[in-house]
Ligand binder design. Structure first.
Ligand code: TUI
Length: 312
């Protein structure tokens, strides 16, 4: 398949099948509009905000771009119901969901003409998502940053491609044209990337966060939270090491570990708080070497992928 002929481009009205991950605390109007203006699909995250604040980001994004963009809803968020209604009221065209199945909202969203793209981490969830009306899927491997499933991208993506009839977007470990080309070889119709956009000029995370991603090697991330049932990948820091230590110590209660983690992502994103922050990032942090504009990140990835795929 030629990249520009991906069914995702027609489906979503975008130029390139590159989607920006809906990163909690990170994916605001500034980043989403920059990705959409560069030809990809930008997403606004809802996790950190009340529905009024997200509504303001949607309005801001519409001022910054006339291209399609979407909203990502983390289904474990306490205010997911309210956000689910707000996206209908605001005529959002594309919604991606994470950390669960959006079954309870599907009828209302489809009635409102919203294109729904669940993020899933196994082919069983993919089949379920297709059966309830998803128009495409993000198959997210455990190389990703943030909350992850059990499978990794290399085996997950082709399994999901075989299990469904809708376009599959590969995510997890993809930060350059080599990853993008590989995703197409696995049968994906596009890619979703988060980590490589953390260092974009239009991304409003702290400078410390950007520097930490740039200096990270491939083995500089760690998964914590497995003992709590919520595995999360982040950069290795004194905070994540302490978290892992607490998980190993059977005398510490789960509630106390969870309390230790509360608010840590915000501290990393806003304050660059190294002792208390969770710098969520994927394994592809080891592939991210410089700060540049969102447009340059997308052009570079696309150029490299096209060359590898002899699609020029
Ligand atoms: O949701 C994500 N990644 C995230 S959410 C997040 S916010 C957070 N903040 C603090 C601590 C923890 C998290 C950070 N990163 N990715 C999408 C994703 N969805 N990954 C895995 C899944 C998933 C898991 C289970 C999707 C469906 C699913 O279905 C299970 C079921 O039983 O329905």
């Amino acid at each position: 398949m030629k990249i520009s002929e991906s069914p995702l481009c027609t489906l979503l009205g975008i130029k390139y099948p590159i989607i920006q991950g809906g990163m909690a605390w990170v994916a605001d109007a500034s980043l989403a509009a920059a990705v959409s203006n560069a030809g990809g699909l930008g997403l606004i995250s809802c996790i950190n905000a009340g529905s009024e604040a997200v509504r303001n980001e949607i309005i801001k994004c519409r001022q910054l771009t006339d291209k399609p963009f979407g909203v990502n809803i983390m289904l474990m968020a306490p205010n997911a119901d309210e956000i689910a209604q707000m996206v209908i009221n605001e005529h959002v065209g594309i919604v991606t969901t994470g950390a669960g199945m959006p079954t309870r909202y599907m009828a209302k969203w489809l009635d409102a003409g919203i294109k729904v793209i669940p993020v899933i981490s196994a082919s069983l969830f993919a089949m379920k998502a297709e059966s309830i009306g998803a128009c495409a899927l993000v198959a997210e491997g455990g190389e990703s940053g943030g909350h992850i499933g059990e499978m990794n991208t290399m085996a997950l993506v082709p399994a999901v491609v075989d299990a469904v009839h809708i376009p599959v977007i590969a995510a997890g470990g993809i930060a350059d044209g080599r990853g993008m080309a590989a995703a197409f070889m696995l049968g994906a119709a596009g890619v979703q990337c988060g980590t490589c956009f953390l260092v974009a000029d239009e991304c409003n995370v702290s400078d410390i966060y950007k520097d930490k991603v740039i200096s990270a090697r491939d083995s500089d991330t760690i998964v914590t939270g497995r003992s709590l049932g919520h595995p999360v990948r982040a950069l290795k820091t004194p905070f994540t090491r302490k978290f892992a230590e607490m998980e190993r110590d059977k005398s510490i209660k789960s509630e106390d570990i969870m309390a230790f983690g509360t608010g840590s992502l915000r501290k990393a994103v806003r304050e660059g708080d190294i002792p208390g922050g969770s710098f969520m990032a994927g394994e592809s942090a080891g592939l991210v070497h410089k700060r540049q504009s969102t447009a340059a990140i997308i052009e570079e990835m696309l150029g490299q992928a096209k060359k590898l795929m002899k699609d020029e």
